[in-house]
Design a protein around this ligand. Structure first.
Ligand code: DAT
Ligand code: MG
Length: 176
């Protein structure tokens, strides 16, 4: 079957909150003395991947990139007139981003449900932002908001040869 695809990214805050906690003890944290003050959240990357995977969606592309500010601005071009556009582009380019393409029936719309509302204060518990984020400027994850943006964002972040097509063994049990 032909399934739709969406672009999902773990933003720099999501990446840092997972990785920077690894091996940090409370008393001895090496260079990470500030990170132990953050809310305890290990494995933000795998947590996000896990939620899409458990639902039944399929990962068909993934890479770690530090986008330039210009690239971040392209990604968020629809928001270029917003007062927060500059800070937003700066933030997205401030560190590693885990860029992904997920595939499956309804993945664009349902992916947004898994992610939750833009402002984590309004995201329902059980959603990624509701469970794992607090403020709108650090809401840890991006997801395309429709078929057109999904197509544009996938093309912006990935070359065609970086995406795979395959049938997973679980598919007949997920879709019948
Ligand atoms: P979403 O990421 O849910 O698609 P969006 O496309 O409207 O939301 O905005 C993109 C990002 O911009 C959002 O994830 C966080 C940031 N943002 C949105 N509204 C904001 C605001 N009022 N103040 C600061 N940052 C904001
Ligand atoms: Mg958006």
């Amino acid at each position: 079957a032909e399934f739709e695809r969406t672009f999902i990214a773990v933003k720099p805050d999501g990446v840092q909150r997972g990785l920077s906690h690894r091996n940090c003890g409370v008393m001895r944290c090496g260079n990470h003395s500030t990170t132990i003050l953050q809310p305890p959240m290990r494995d933000a990357i795998s947590e996000i991947i896990s939620r899409f995977e458990r639902k039944g969606y399929k990962l068909v592309g993934i890479k770690v990139v530090v986008p330039t500010k210009e690239f971040a601005g392209k990604h968020y071009h629809a928001l270029k007139d917003k007062p927060f556009f500059n800070g937003l582009s700066e933030f997205l380019s401030s560190g590693p981003v885990v860029a992904m393409v997920w595939e499956g029936e309804g993945v664009i719309t349902y992916g947004r449900k898994l992610i939750g509302a833009t402002d984590p204060q309004k995201s329902e518990p059980g959603t990624i932002r509701g469970d794992l984020a607090v403020v709108v400027g650090r809401n840890i994850i991006h997801g395309s908001d429709g078929p057109e943006t999904a197509k544009d964002e996938i093309n912006l972040w990935f070359k065609p040869e970086e995406l795979v097509s395959f049938t997973s063994n679980a598919e007949k049990w997920i879709y019948g």
